[in-house]
Design a protein around this ligand. Structure first.
Ligand code: PRX
Length: 667
């Protein structure tokens, strides 16, 4: 069967007419699941009128959440909207680390577990709110002793260890801007990000553990540091058990534990304006260079706090586990800021889900009595493939609510998750959002919403979304482009160092007041949203966002490559896989070995997540008469589909040859 989402996403990408009846039929999902009466009764929010109330006065709605937090000075105005620039909680002063820590430490939560952490090799640590508070204060003092001041940028390149969260909160405490770089990125990706943000300090680790192997982060960082003149100091967390070789450059590099030894526990939180920058997080876009998405303090905190509270229905005794790496936005908002602002107990696990066995996650759920579990469809599809015997070995009855994020979830995966992880009793919240939105935007509310497998359902109260045609007409029922039509507190405030791109990328499609998400979506006749994937040149591989242009740039950087075009194709587990069409330079003969070399080259340039699955050599790439590469055709070839109209091609024979070649390479 064809994949309807893929069908529609390539369809909307070409920006033509409404969705065909065929696609409509394929997308029809009749099953729906209402939360149990008991769940509704006890839910943080269970009044369906909340949507109407919030829509009537969104500013008041958000303000009420803001009032539950701690402000050094209250705001005078909730929102100032000069499209496309928004300011929230104007005049408000606060510190986000104080909201995540000090606020709880003053109550009985002082001794509540903040993080329950497991390392892949099996080591475990629990940090109470008081532990976390003290270590954050200490590290904040360390940062100050290294000369870090309010507004300075600090890069973090770490495995998934508590010190990563400690470093983020310590930055926030002294008013420094953190820029977390996922530990799977290459030296070049790291140095690019450090240089774009002109970070002065890098916090890293000797390494981390992944599938029993060591990821030598400091070694990779050393390579990056050869090209980062702004970095004055490097702090190295000792994660390994002495088995990870580390080079310490005198004067520049410092061991974390040494600096912490003498650091005082007392560190007052810097007074931050609601609109002071909190962090930069780089994400892939439609150009070769990742964009530094900027988030500020007040609105971001309010967005994360509110959505964590309502979407995950947090209770005081919940044990909450979001499996995301902190290197992505999901980890920022739903491992660190959202749950800590709510005073929750958060589980963190360093390693791979199938190490040492395929029940590692279920073992952790059972051991710690996880009650709220949040993961990605790509993981769920892998669990499905591994078989039900792995979760069946464990008592998962503590789970009461489950979430999904990062990519569209196919109904089969949804149902499997519901039955085999949730025991058929737990609501599922399929949450749609982006690095740019900062917090969840479209989601069920578990005590209110009747869910449909594969649908993210409705916009969170106070959030205004629409499906628009390319011309900007609202689509009441049917497919189109997903837009956000009103500003929201946790929205990005810009692209670091590139104000023009902020406007052109997000606020130019339908004028300056409407945010373009880059996603295609459909609204069904009950008003439910169905996300259909990106309509631009951004791919979503195993829940990771990858720009086709980035991979193309990495490929043409190889001395043997003349030209490259990268497209996504459907992948059973990863959602999408990367297919790269490559033409080689004169005198070079394509071969298996060269294909492997190119895959390695991309992994080395960007990181393993960007390694293409397929390399297809071609004498030529299909181009329009004006010289534009016809990606739609390449997508069709990679999907093994019948080719559509090729009349605009300069040389139709190129495509026929390519298709034949691709099919024969697949065997
Ligand atoms: O295409 C959408 C997809 O992930 C993109 C955002 O990626 P990123 O900024 O890395 O953030 C991922 C985690 C929030 C979106 O443009 N996406 C995210 N969540 C969903 C989704 N697609 C469908 N359903 C979702 N629940």
């Amino acid at each position: 069967m064809r994949n309807p989402r893929e069908e529609l996403s390539s369809y909307t990408a070409e920006m033509s007419d409404p969705v065909s009846p065929e696609i409509e039929a394929l997308l029809k999902e009749d099953r729906s699941f209402a939360p149990s009466e008991e769940f509704c009764r006890n839910a943080a929010v269970n009044d369906p009128d909340i949507y109407a109330k919030a829509a009537k006065d969104p500013e008041r709605f958000w303000e009420n959440f803001a009032k539950e937090l701690e402000w050094i000075q209250p705001w005078s105005t909730v929102l100032e909207w000069n499209p496309p620039n928004a300011k929230w909680f104007i005049g408000g002063k606060l510190n986000i680390s104080a909201n995540c820590l000090d606020r709880h430490v003053r109550t009985w939560r002082r001794n509540k577990a903040a993080f329950i952490w497991e390392g892949e090799p099996g080591d475990r640590r629990t940090l109470t709110y008081f532990d976390l508070y003290r270590q954050v204060c200490q590290f904040a003092n360390v940062l100050k002793s290294l000369g870090v001041k309010k507004g300075d940028r600090v890069a973090l390149y770490m495995p998934l260890v508590p010190e990563l969260a400690i470093a983020m909160l310590a930055c926030a405490r002294v008013g420094a801007v953190h820029s977390v770089v996922f530990g799977g990125f290459s030296a070049e990706s790291l140095s690019d990000r450090i240089n774009d943000a002109t970070a002065t300090v890098l916090v890293t680790a000797d390494g981390g553990y992944r599938r029993g192997a060591i990821v030598p982060l400091k070694q990779v960082a050393d390579e990056a540091l050869e090209k980062t003149p702004s970095i004055k100091h490097v702090v190295v967390v000792k994660r390994g058990f002495g088995d990870i070789p580390v080079h310490i450059k005198e004067g520049r590099d410092h061991w974390y534990h040494r600096l912490m030894q003498d650091a005082p526990y007392d560190c007052p939180a810097e007074v931050m304006d609601a609109e002071d920058m909190l962090y930069i997080l780089y994400t892939s876009g439609t150009t070769g260079k990742p964009k530094g998405i900027v988030h500020t303090t007040g609105g971001y905190l309010v967005g994360c706090y509110a959505t964590t509270k309502w979407v995950f229905d947090l209770k005081e005794d919940d044990v909450y586990w979001c499996t995301a790496d902190i290197g992505w936005v999901t980890g920022h908002s739903y491992v660190v800021y959202g749950p800590l602002a709510n005073g929750a107990t958060v589980v963190m696990y360093e390693g791979a889900p199938d190490w040492p066995r395929k029940d590692r996650l279920w073992e952790i759920v059972e051991r710690h009595g996880v009650t709220v579990f949040y993961t990605a469809p790509t993981a769920i599809r892998a669990f499905m493939k591994w078989g039900t015997e792995w979760p069946a070995k464990h008592d998962l009855s503590s789970i009461r609510l489950m979430g999904s994020v990062g990519e569209p979830i196919n109904p089969e995966a949804w149902i499997w998750y519901h039955l085999h992880i949730g025991g058929g009793r737990c609501p599922i919240v399929d949450t749609w959002w982006q690095t740019e939105t900062g917090a969840i935007m479209i989601t069920p509310l578990p005590g209110i919403t009747r869910t449909k497998p594969g649908s993210a359902t409705h916009a969170f109260p106070g959030i205004s979304t629409e499906i628009l045609t390319d011309k900007g007409d609202a689509v009441a029922v049917g497919g189109g482009l997903l837009a956000v039509t009103k500003p929201w507190p946790s929205m990005l405030r810009g692209i670091y160092g590139d104000p023009d791109r902020y406007v052109t990328q997000y606020w130019s499609r339908w004028g300056r007041e409407i945010y373009f998400t880059g996603d295609g979506a459909k609204k069904d006749d009950e008003g439910y949203y169905w996300l259909l994937g990106r309509v631009d040149d951004v791919l979503n591989v195993a829940g990771h966002r990858i720009g086709t242009m980035e991979v193309e740039s990495a490929l043409v950087d190889h001395p043997k490559v003349a030209e490259a075009a990268v497209v996504g194709r459907t992948h059973e587990i990863k959602g999408q896989a990367l297919a790269a069409f490559v033409t080689v330079k004169e005198g070079i003969t394509p071969s298996e070995a060269l294909a492997d070399e190119l895959k390695r080259h991309v992994a080395q340039k960007i990181g393993a997540i960007a390694r293409p699955d397929d390399i297809i050599f071609s004498a030529d790439l299909p181009k329009t008469r004006s010289g534009k590469i016809m990606r739609r055709l390449l997508r069709d070839i990679a999907e093994g589909k019948a080719l559509g109209d090729t009349t605009t091609l300069a040389d139709p024979a190129v495509v026929a040859k390519l298709k034949e070649q691709y099919e024969s390479s697949e065997g």
